[in-house]
Design a protein around this ligand. Sequence first.
Ligand code: PCA
Length: 218
Amino acid sequence: MSQPTKKVLITAFEPFGGSHVNPSEQAVQLLAGWQIPERRIPELEISVDLLPVAGGAAGLRLLERVRREAPDAVVCLGESATATGITLERVAVNLRDYRIADNSGQQVVDQPVVAGGPTAYLTTLPVREMATAITALGIPAELSLSAGTFLCNEVMYTVLHYAATEQPSLRAGFIHVPQLPEQVALGGRGRASMDRLTTARGIAAALTAVAAELRNGP
Ligand code: PCA
């Protein structure tokens, strides 16, 4: 008997911080275009969106989409200049403390994401299984305790707060991806990088673990 289809919303971020590309956007373009074999997960109906790197606006856009589409899971992606592999975030904190200005020019310091909200939320994605699925392909993956205090943490906290308060069945979390080789080369520093195809394959593998979790869930 075929499984009922589950809806997964995947988001990426636009470029920021003076860069012309964002590896999360490029990986999501490959996922959306069915350009990688691992993408074929019949029981998942995948939709994608691109979020602005703008405080407040990113979360509003994400929640508007979540309310409209009512997905079963939300997987948000963003770039990290320090990630050495595909990085599955475990915790979102109720803190906005931007190390640089966002794309609208605002640099928020020491503000909560949601006034009066809990200090933190744990991811509701099966991050351990996702990491295992990624590394099984020979692609580096790790779990992380903090998505930072910039936009990535902000959207992760925003969607987890929405789930906790309005849609408890919704699974949500955040994945940081390394910079592209060309970004690291431009920066002139010996940092880790990952090409877009490898990143997209890793994310697709992680989605198979999400699909398994949704299959077994309520
Ligand atoms: N990375 C930033 C915001 C946008 C992105 O791709 C972050 O780590 O918060």
